[in-house]
Design a protein around this ligand. Structure first.
Ligand SMILES: CC(C)=CCC/C(C)=C(\C)COP(=O)(O)OP(=O)(O)O
Ligand SMILES: [Mg+2]
Length: 437
């Protein structure tokens, strides 16, 4: 076993219960180094080689021409986000690092769709069309040939979801299309579970807990006796959501470190808990208080998507650093802002769907006794506060912790937030704005 690296000087520990971000992060970094040394190295923060595909998968090498050029996407992520409060996310703020300070490029062409008026967001450059096309092609092949995801008459909806554009926009630092595919398969699988188990493609709150738990075992496998193991293994092929989770996770675990895979499982357990609270309220027609709704939506949330940014980027944020309270706050705020973006853009779609669909404007209108319009505008402010808090927390953490993996992870999360807004704004197949202005 190699000897652990010598530890750099540590900040002195503060009084109990008053750990500063810098102290906690330095301590966590030292622990992470020890853990990596004990296990013989660990994953490097530099981009890794593409993950080996499963034995039966087609070759997925990506020609060098597909790597992002020094154009808008990569340039932007190397500089970091550019909005208010994001100065601390730029590499130049990181001690010992140097990065060119360049003017921020505007998007190459005006993006389709209209942003929600007054919504605090950062426009992104149009995602690389070559990558979008390739990811779109490969994900359709996976959906049809590998997991038999949907019947023919759902094809328009699959195409209209534009998952290739979504993932390329959210992961501008992915080294290859193989890396992008890790995120794209999981995104499709997550939506298959939501649509088929919870929502409008045969979903229902009744019996949801059992379905979700069994699907969760496609991510977090059952370990049981020889007698019962085969029945469980077969069950993973028995419906489209489970086939999709199983296959997407199989690819993911081959590229991810053990703690990255476990981080993802934990986030998915959170997501499933959020689905269950939403379903329980739907079953009894209960409209929660606004803060209760926000708590549910922190779990029924996009969080599992930005938190794989390091695996998709080909590096690893060590588990101890991911687990620090400061990083957890950044991640939670980012997830919450991205999810309220969904509530705003999907508002008219959800009003038109059967049943009483909860989203932030609906809950505020009902609980606070204000008009639909006032509630929608108030929801925009809630989102904007979450975004500003996210950016402030990320900037503080970036300033406190000069480790390259932390800096890059924070930039990756910020890029996901911006890409998610871009996708919602431009997905006019799926979303349209209410007439409130
Ligand atoms: C991709 C992923 C982890 C999704 C989990 C939760 C989810 C489906 C959302 C946050 C989107 O919200 P919603 O169910 O309201 O989606 P639509 O409004 O139908 O697009
Ligand atoms: Mg929605």
């Amino acid at each position: 076993m190699p000897a652990p690296e010598p530890s750099p000087p540590q900040p002195s520990p503060p009084a109990a219960g008053s750990h500063s971000g810098a102290y906690v992060l330095a301590e966590a970094a030292a622990r992470a180094r020890d853990i990596r040394a004990a296990f013989g190295g660990g994953r490097s923060p530099a981009p890794s080689l593409p993950a080996p595909p499963p034995a039966d998968a087609p070759a997925t090498d990506v020609p060098a021409a597909e790597m992002p050029t020094a154009g808008a996407g990569l340039g932007r992520i190397l500089r970091g986000p550019s909005g208010l409060g994001t100065v601390g996310l730029r590499l130049a703020r990181c001690e010992g690092a140097s990065a060119p300070v360049e003017p921020v490029e505007p998007p190459t062409a005006p993006a389709e769709g209209t942003p929600v008026p007054g919504l605090y967001h950062h426009p992104v450059p149009e995602p690389d069309p070559v990558r979008v096309e390739e990811v779109s092609r490969r994900i359709k092949t996976w959906a049809l040939d590998e997991v038999d995801l949907y019947p023919e008459d759902w094809e328009d909806q699959f195409d209209g979801f534009s998952v290739g554009r979504y993932m390329v926009a959210c992961h501008p630092d992915a080294p290859t299309v193989d890396h992008l595919m890790l995120a794209t398969r999981l995104m499709v699988a997550e939506n298959a579970v939501d649509d088929c188990y919870c929502e409008d493609h045969g979903g229902s709150p009744i019996g949801l807990g059992g379905r979700l738990l069994l699907a969760h075992t496609a991510l977090d496998p059952l370990h049981t006796t020889k007698e019962y193991q085969p029945r469980w293994a077969e069950s993973l092929h028995s419906d489209a959501p489970r086939r999709a989770y199983r296959s997407a996770m199989e690819y993911f675990v081959q590229a991810a470190g053990a703690s990255q895979a476990d981080r993802y499982r934990h986030d998915m357990a959170r997501l499933h808990l959020g689905y269950l609270a939403e379903a329980a309220w739907a079953q009894t027609d209960h409209v929660p208080e606004v803060w209760e709704y926000l708590a549910m939506r922190q779990f029924n949330n996009f969080r599992p998507c930005p938190t794989i940014t390091d695996t998709v980027g080909g590096y690893e944020l060590p588990a101890d650093l991911h687990a620090t309270p400061a990083m957890q706050r950044v991640i939670a705020l980012a997830g919450n802002a991205t999810t309220i973006v969904n509530d705003l853009y999907s508002y008219t779609k959800e009003l038109a769907s059967p049943g009483h669909h909860l989203n932030l404007p609906v809950v505020i209108a009902e609980r606070e006794g204000i008009s639909d319009r006032e509630a929608y505008l108030k929801s925009v402010e809630v989102h904007n506060d979450l975004m500003r808090d996210f950016e402030a927390a990320a900037a503080d953490l970036a300033a406190a912790c000069p480790l390259p993996s932390v800096q890059r992870f924070l930039r990756g999360v910020a890029a996901w937030v911006d890409g998610n807004h871009y996708w919602h704004q431009t997905n006019t197949y799926r979303y349209s704005l209410p007439d409130f202005w």
